[in-house]
Design a protein around this ligand. Structure first.
Ligand SMILES: [Zn+2]
Length: 94
């Protein structure tokens, strides 16, 4: 499995915390060995955080790859449709 396939397969569930222990270990092991994926996951987390805060990912200095932005938009769309995240968590005023 190449890096992109791994990321696409596991990243959403990993971030959502729904990945099974075995898969999570597999994913984390890959992250320790693969700097490219680590950076990818890192920018994914950052972008998710910014998206939650209602901000656009920073373009200066970072320039997230278009495919990453696409993936994140798809994820938040999926989340919204699933309705899983609504009203849950912190009391963030909207
Ligand atoms: Zn990798």
């Amino acid at each position: 499995m190449n890096c992109q396939a791994l990321i696409e397969k596991f990243l959403y569930d990993y971030h959502a915390g729904t990945l099974s222990t075995g898969k999570k270990l597999e994913f984390e092991l890959h992250l320790t060995l693969c700097r490219a994926c680590r950076r990818y996951v890192d920018s994914y987390k950052k972008t998710i955080k910014l998206a939650k805060e209602g901000e656009v990912p920073p373009e200066a200095g970072g320039e997230p790859p278009a495919e990453l932005v696409e993936a994140i938009l798809a994820v938040s769309r999926r989340k919204r449709e699933a309705g899983g995240d609504q009203r849950a968590g912190s009391a963030a005023p909207s």
